[in-house]
Write a protein that binds this ligand. Sequence first.
Ligand SMILES: Cc1cc2nc3c(=O)[nH]c(=O)nc-3n(C[C@H](O)[C@H](O)[C@H](O)COP(=O)(O)OP(=O)(O)OC[C@H]3O[C@@H](n4cnc5c(N)ncnc54)[C@H](O)[C@@H]3O)c2cc1C
Ligand code: SF4
Ligand code: SF4
Length: 945
Amino acid sequence: MPLILPQKSSTVAADLRHLLGSEKVKNDAPSLTAYAVDASIYRMTPQVVVLVESEEDIQHVIRYAVTHSVPLTARAAGTNLTGSAIGSGIILDVSRMNCIMEVNREEQWARVQPGIVLNEFNRQLAKSNLMFGPDPSSGDMCKLGGMLANNSSGPHTLRYGSVKDNVHSLRVCLQSGEWLEATSYGLVDPACERILSAHPALRKLLTLVREHKAVIQGKQPSVSKNSCGYNLFGLADGLDLGLFDLPKLFIGSEGTLGVISEAKVRLVVKPAITLTALIHFRHLEEVGEAVPQLLALKPSALEVMDANTLDLIGRQRHGIPEHSAATLLAELEGVTDETALKQCAEEMATMCRRYRLAGELTVAYDQEQRDQLWKARKALYPTLYRFDPRKKPINFVDDVVVGADRISELIRYLEDFFGGQKTLVAIFGHIGNGNAHILPLLDVNDRQDFNKMIDAYHEVHHTVLSRFDGSICGEHGDGRIRAEYVRKMFGEELYSLFVQVKHMFDPSGVLNPGIKISEESFTEHIDYTRLSKSCATCGKCNSVCPVYDVFQSEDMSSRGWFEIVTAKDYSYLDSKRVVEACLNCKSCRKICPAGVDVSDLILKRRAEHPNRAAGWMFRLHARPAIFEPILKLLAKTQPWWDRPAPRRWLARLAQPFLSRVAETAKLPAEMALPKLAGRLLRDRHPELVERASSPNQGEVAYFHGCAANYFDDGVGDAVIGVLKKHGVEPTLPPQRCSGTPIETYGHVDIVKQHARFNLESFAGYDTVVTGCASCHLMLKDYAKLFQNEPEQATAERLSKKVVHITEFVARAKDKPPTASAEAGTHRVTYHSSCHLRAAGVTKEPRKILSELPGVNYVEMQDADRCAGGAGTYLVKDYETSQKIFERKRRAIQESGADTVATSCPACMIRLRNGSPPGVAVKHVAQVLQEAYEAADQTQGDRPNA
Ligand SMILES: Cc1cc2nc3c(=O)[nH]c(=O)nc-3n(C[C@H](O)[C@H](O)[C@H](O)COP(=O)(O)OP(=O)(O)OC[C@H]3O[C@@H](n4cnc5c(N)ncnc54)[C@H](O)[C@@H]3O)c2cc1C
Ligand code: SF4
Ligand code: SF4
């Protein structure tokens, strides 16, 4: 199927812009770089990216692609492991079509668009106590469109099946540009005849399946899961029931037959209770014997990790016994009946104890304990990515399926085979379905390892088919990686039917060429450069990136930025638009399984082009003798100028300067500014400042940072007040800006000057308390800033002494008495500041709040997501910041809280700009101080106090 590619991507882009408008079409270098990868081992640079927002958009793009013979690849989150969401022509990204259009609670179904993230979908459904059953481990990032097109599934397939078992109907745009309502039609239903007449390809398909039913059914894999080839088996089985079961064809077709714009999916009731058990088997063979018995208990999940995997992730770290040959995770669910579930747990324990276990069986019902049991399994990918700087886990035989009763035999075979190759390999997966994920660790840039990959690809796939009568693909799809093997799996006759089906629906061959039906070798398009880099392109960081959340476009995302800033042909001028969009919230760093800090890479690129206007500001700020009088004057006059009319003037006056800081920067009149302090914190506490002149051993220092000193926000006083209540008279040593905002504008030289000053100033203290999340993380990160420089050791020492006020309080042995600060009970929620989260402080603030009298602590949804403040980002890109905050605003509203507490003065500014009316914004230290003062008051009120 030769495709004629237009010479220039600009021609295609110009045409598409004309059709759809310029906002939705991208062909600049950074965008194409970002879209050149998915989570597979491949790279392919597209000509143009289209971010469709409606069915009309999809239709226009398909018609254009067909008319001009431009390859077209649909894409959702780009987390597939097979290279099926990258292509050489148009990438049609459905991410912006992410609405839940209808939920029917009674009949348990929903109509939903393909761009919605699975976990987001389930979060919304949870309000109705429902969920979508299939649960790929990538659920926090993958989107429904990709799940449908890949027929995804996950650990709980045992109970809920794959996607194909959970779909009523689809709306599909065919390559003719016509829309098809793909549902399960009764063969004698007049509606069936109507669609056959409307879409000639369907009549041909029906005839083909009827005529070759015996061949199709004869070749149906006998294992419980298969996503290899087109699901003509589902269609053939449908005919037996008098149905033309169309969803079966499109689910798992990987965007090669049409583009899905909507699905009506089946929902299930969320389990009321779940039990998780961890079982360590001493002998692999006994796992094989135990599995059928465990399956009799109808577990919802049954997962395995082999001995190699346990070694690779570190047995000691995860409390896995030395002699475990395989560890099983079993999960049982109950919708109502707790007693029955407990009985099942008993049966499971009795049954397992018949085998030689390498340790006691652990059972947990509580969510936190269950998470603990899943920890080793979930830590698997991260650990493998970090295991070796050169040898990476390579997905190329990652998804085989055999009979569940033969899984031990398969594992033994694989261990022997890879052992013979001297290749480290992790084998794990959904043992209940016989679905094994095999991840060899290889350096594909090394010729020997490359050859091992080719050998393993053929040998393992061949053995799975010939010896185990299994499938080469359970849930990840064929993509580029297995396309070459589809013919071998099904034989010439059935393969030729697949080819005919592809021709029927895509005669011009534009729909995702190279995928599923292709003669290309799996080694074509491997991205050797990327496989030597640290990023695994898994897309996990995108799921927490606030900018991606707003733009739903890979060039405005953490993963995309990694690609852009590490590209060989990177240029700041070309990439400024995207490189300057990052908030430096560090959410990506916290979540990345491979330990990549995208924000740091971006900051390094910014440091190559420090922003001059911001630099001028920071230099002025570094001269307190000039800066502080100006600030005090502004504070004094704030009641006059901080009113709507003067603010509009101020906005205009400031604009020329702000535009030099960033094209997007502005200071709109409606933005609530923090109240400036007429008397700085240091002026208000001269006795604590003076203490710094003769510090005593073991003293506690308070690093207040800029905000608490310059703003009249009550945070600094509250931190000092709380420390005093804990019997600590803190010292306020001389200090300079920790450096966070300065670093974001590229002025590393100024950051280092300040850091050196702070390192010296705080060197003599045992404990350095912070109240600001950003200062906290920056002080901790000084060691990174001075990596391999003389200051590194001092910075490391400081890092160990830095504690956030919430940590200080949570760790205190003696707690001052607390009482209700106000009458009645208050509903308080917590916004977890990104930089404090990045520093690992998450539980302490929540614990403090939930233990306070008179506080009804509620966890808000998305508490751990960036609110869009990020220091000066609110000014740097007000519009984007507002869009990011919208999600937080909704979460605050839904929590029903009257107070949002947080741990960072900068977040407080953001929260005050747009939180629902009547919601107070406070620092946790302020909430605490109020509770301490209320206790004093109560004691004072007592007659004998
Ligand atoms: C860490 C990790 C863990 C994973 N775990 C699992 C797992 O447990 N189980 C599992 O099954 N998979 C797993 N996967 C693979 C992957 O996440 C799933 O296949 C996922 O469903 C793909 O969704 P996506 O939104 O990323 O799709 P994409 O990667 O964007 O696309 C996948 C395919 O769908 C097509 N497509 C997308 N949208 C449409 C549309 N609207 N119409 C037509 N075609 C479309 C694309 O062309 C492509 O062929 C994992 C991946 C990673 C990185
Ligand atoms: S930076 Fe980390 S989380 Fe993001 S795609 Fe790369 S490996 Fe995944
Ligand atoms: S620091 Fe925040 S905004 Fe920047 S890439 Fe990471 S998650 Fe996205």
